[in-house]
Structures are given as C-alpha cells and as structure tokens.
Design a protein around this ligand. Structure first.
Ligand SMILES: [Mn+2]
Length: 287
C-alpha cells in the first residue's frame, strides 16, 4: 500500500523494508479527541526525539544496531473510517512486526482488526470501554470496547484510574477484561508484571498498546487528557519487559500532543517504544 514518506524516520533508520523485521508506520489520526487536540503532530515529534536517544539499552544490553527497523511512513488519516482501513491494511501488509505511532488511540482498533490478538495488554489511564462519547461510537474512548465486541480477546489495562461507572460495570461483567490501578500497584496490592507475564505466557498472539497518559503527568504532561496518580516509566517498562515475548504480534505508542510539550513527552514516548522493541528483540533471540 502507498504510505506517505516521512522526512525524519524513527531512530534515523531508513524507509527501506529490505532486511527489516520491525516495520514502523504512523497513524496521525486526530478527529475524535475530546479535550486537547493536536495528536496528528505526535508521530513526527516522537520520531525527532528518537534521533537524540542514546543508543545502548541499560535494560537489555542491546543497541540500535540490534534493531532491524524501517520507518515506512504515514497512513492517511482524513477521518476515522479511512484511517482505520489504512491502519488495518498497513498492519497486515508491512511484514515483520508492525509498530504504530499514533495519533489518537482510536487507530489501535485498525491494528487489532488486522492482527487479531488473543491478548491485548494496554497501558492507559482510561479503560476506553465506553459505548460512546458525545454521540460517537467509534472514538478514542470506545476503541477497546469496539475491538472486544468484534474480536473477543482478553485485555489487561495497566495504569487505569480515570474511569466511568459505565466502564467499571462493563469490565466487571466481562471476565476477559481486567485492569490494574496505579494505586493498587503503589500500595503493593497488585503485581502487574506477574499478572501480565502470566497472561502473555498463555496467549498465542499478544498486542501491546501504550497510551502515554498511563504515565503520571509529571513524566508525560502533553497528553490529550492528563490525569494524576499515574505510573512511572520504570513501572511501565518493568511490566512490558515481563510480558513481551516472541508471540508479540504488534505494538503501538500513541497520544502525544506536541503543542503542550517541551519535548519531554515525545522523548519519553520514543524511549518507551525503543526499550519495548529491545525487549521484543531479546525475546526473539533468546533460545
Ligand atoms: Mn487514555
């Protein structure tokens, strides 16, 4: 499919997919945001910050050179329907491990449709299990519910704390949908790494989706709906490291709003993505 080339590819890697086993594309969707807007500018901000990351990973001992990655460009996102079709097509056709830079979280639904995971591990302040928001049934606050209705996976949302009664009830009535709050983690009432690892070990196809608002606003202030009492990058990456295995079928990082940023949120997003990819590469290489 035809993707729009980007001037500044992630990690300065080129767009040539030859020999790459990780294929990154962006979905700069920005249509249903309910508070701040500007998520369409997120992917390029994350790409730019990625080029200033240091190259060696203290967590995994891997280096940029260990990542066979190509940044193949952007999906056209003029409206939700076209964007979801484009993301679905991109995620099913790029080959290798598809990695998506959002954009608003809605775009994840296109990747779920393409990759049909049986486990979706989400990091998010929100459950995104609403039936609708402001009359829109296909939006950033409902994408996970639409995906669950269509595809019927297990989902674990880590970092959830900005909830609606409707979503809490919906999750409680569907045992495949679970969430862990940062409060539970910080009080030692929950072991998110252990829970995520156990779920991932029993899954055939694992998808990881990372909404930057899972982090505390002190780490990631430039998100669409900032919410206090969030995770730290260390807490988040420890869960990713425990859960990511060779059955990972896709990964995304989304919800960066550069107009509210000094670069901190975009740099953190680039770092979380980079370290998550190292964990994936390490799990594939491990005998
Ligand atoms: Mn969110």
């Amino acid at each position: 499919m035809q993707l729009k080339p980007t001037l500044q590819p992630f990690l300065d890697k080129g767009a040539d997919p030859e020999g790459a086993d990780i294929l990154l594309f962006a979905a700069p969707l920005d249509r249903t945001t309910s508070h701040r807007s500007g998520a369409r500018f997120g992917p390029n901000a994350v790409r730019l910050e990625s080029t200033y990351m240091d190259t060696f990973s203290a967590r995994t001992g891997l280096d940029w050179g260990d990542l066979g990655l190509a940044d193949v460009g952007d999906v056209d996102c003029p409206d939700v329907e076209v964007a979801l079709r484009g993301v679905q097509e991109a995620a099913s056709s790029v080959g290798g491990l598809p990695v998506m830079l959002g954009g608003e979280h809605t775009a994840t639904l296109g990747a779920l449709r393409a990759l049909k995971p049986d486990l979706v591990l989400v990091f998010d302040a929100h459950l995104d299990l609403r039936d609708e928001l402001f009359g829109e049934r296909m939006c950033h606050a409902s994408y996970l519910r639409r995906g669950y209705e269509e595809l019927g996976f297990k989902a674990l949302v880590v970092g959830a704390r900005a909830l609606s009664g409707e979503e809490v009830e919906y999750a409680a009535s569907n045992p495949d949908l679970a969430y862990i709050t940062p409060q539970q983690i910080m009080r030692g009432e929950s072991d998110p790494a252990g829970e995520a690892a156990a779920l991932a070990a029993g899954a055939e196809r694992v998808y990881v989706s990372l909404d930057m608002d899972a982090l505390d606003p002190c780490y990631a202030p430039a998100v669409g709906n900032p919410h206090p009492e969030g995770l730290s990058p260390t807490q988040l990456l420890d869960v990713v490291g425990a859960a990511v295995n060779r059955r990972l079928v896709g990964l995304d990082v989304n919800e960066v709003y550069p107009h509210y940023d000094t670069g901190q949120t975009a740099a953190t997003a680039a770092y979380l993505l980079l370290e998550s990819l190292y964990y994936y590469v390490r799990s594939v290489r491990r005998p």
